[in-house]
Ligand binder design. Structure first.
Ligand code: BGC
Length: 369
């Protein structure tokens, strides 16, 4: 695979990405989604798990460990609430569920009415934790209580509708959410020292979720945004890679559908009706497309995704949440600038996906000291 923009430029951006991630990490282990954007001074389980995975890949083991400890504490601190939620018979209101994002000290941020109920982050955390333990040969005993709570919570609520990756459509069953939950259950059941009941619970959950994706999550051979839709959403790429929860044929057709509907000039839109900041192309999604290409053996295409991500960096080597040329809904851009300020830059998750794709392409130099 050749990187035409030059290894030096990729290495510089990788170094800057690692520095941003580790220097912005709070003493608690939490990663803020973005240090400057008005709404993103919180830690998301979804963003943070991908960020920790990238840090671990880059050799920043202590940073990744600190994040996993932060998550385990956040879950254990909510043990009473989790037991209460699990014990209820009927439906539970979204506002009562576990948060998708917390303050950097681990406490709830529910007072501001964020679209907080998103299950995928808990599955992604289990997936990232297992990858971290395997990468560094750690036994994981210290995470056991948190993992057990998390598995039992997800086993109880995996088929509850919730907000998606984009914090929208709480009434839908999102296939990318199911994919993260399947990956989380699959990861959890392989952890050592787990109680056999919990291991069985995770394995059973994994089977049920896989069946649900096969039964309701596919149309015309590709994954769909939600049950009942025929459209794709770029978050579905994560099911292809890194989660790897769909068979080859579905992976090929899903990537083809995303290329057909959501790719322009190397960048990737979230979904066709997107109006957030006018609906631009997201570097982090270009990262997921690159990972999916690699799974399909398309290394040159994956290399082009890495280059496209690098092309979106500012002179300070910051990667944005989205780029605002080629907007899907240009007339909707300004209202978001007026509401929340300019697009979140840097976004740590964008830097994480750059590092992850660089690692998978074999062009990431690991830190050795
Ligand atoms: C995105 C989420 C993300 C959050 C923080 C939101 O705008 O929709 O996917 O977790 O920003 O980065």
């Amino acid at each position: 695979m050749s990187i035409s923009s030059g290894p030096a430029r990729i290495a510089e951006l990788a170094g800057a990405s690692r520095h941003l991630i580790t220097s912005l990490q709070a003493p608690t282990g939490a990663y803020p989604a973005s240090p400057t954007f008005s709404q993103y001074g919180y830690c998301w389980f979804r963003d943070g798990s991908f960020i920790a995975d990238a840090a671990g890949r880059a050799g920043d083991r202590e940073s990744a460990t600190a994040f996993h400890r932060f998550c385990a504490k956040a879950i254990i601190d909510r043990a009473g609430r989790i037991e209460d939620l699990i014990s209820r018979d009927g439906p539970v209101a979204a506002a009562e569920q576990l948060p998708t994002r917390v303050r950097l000290d681990g406490t709830d941020s529910t007072a501001d009415g964020w679209w907080n109920f998103q299950l995928d982050g808990y599955g992604t955390w289990l997936w990232a934790l297992q990858a971290h333990l395997t990468r560094y040969g750690l036994d994981g005993a210290e995470y056991r209580t948190a993992v057990e709570l998390c598995v039992r919570y997800l086993a109880r609520f995996w088929d509850t509708s919730c907000y998606d990756w984009w914090e929208e459509h709480v009434d839908r069953r999102h296939v990318s959410t199911l994919a993260a939950l399947q990956a989380g259950m699959a990861a959890a059941r392989t952890l050592p020292d787990l109680d056999e009941d919990i291991r069985r619970t995770a394995a059973h959950g994994e089977t049920l979720i896989a069946r649900r994706i096969a039964d309701e999550g596919i149309a015309d051979g590709h994954l769909i945004k939600w049950a009942g839709s025929t459209a794709v959403d770029a978050s579905l790429l994560a099911a292809v890679a890194p989660f790897g929860v769909v068979p080859e044929a579905v992976a090929v057709t899903t990537v083809a559908a995303v290329e057909r509907d959501l790719v322009a000039g190397g960048g990737v839109y979230r979904y066709l009706q997107d109006t957030f900041y006018g609906g631009g192309r997201w570097p982090l999604l270009a990262g997921f497309l690159g990972l999916a290409y690699l799974r399909l053996g398309r290394a040159d295409d994956a290399g082009r995704q890495l280059e496209w991500i690098a092309s979106t960096a500012t002179p300070e080597r910051y990667l944005p949440e989205q780029v605002s040329d080629l907007l899907l809904a240009p007339d909707r851009h300004q209202e978001w600038v007026d509401r929340w300020g300019t697009v979140a830059t840097p976004l740590l998750w964008s830097h994480a996906m750059f590092l992850t794709l660089a690692d998978e392409l074999g062009v990431l130099e690991r830190r050795t000291s």
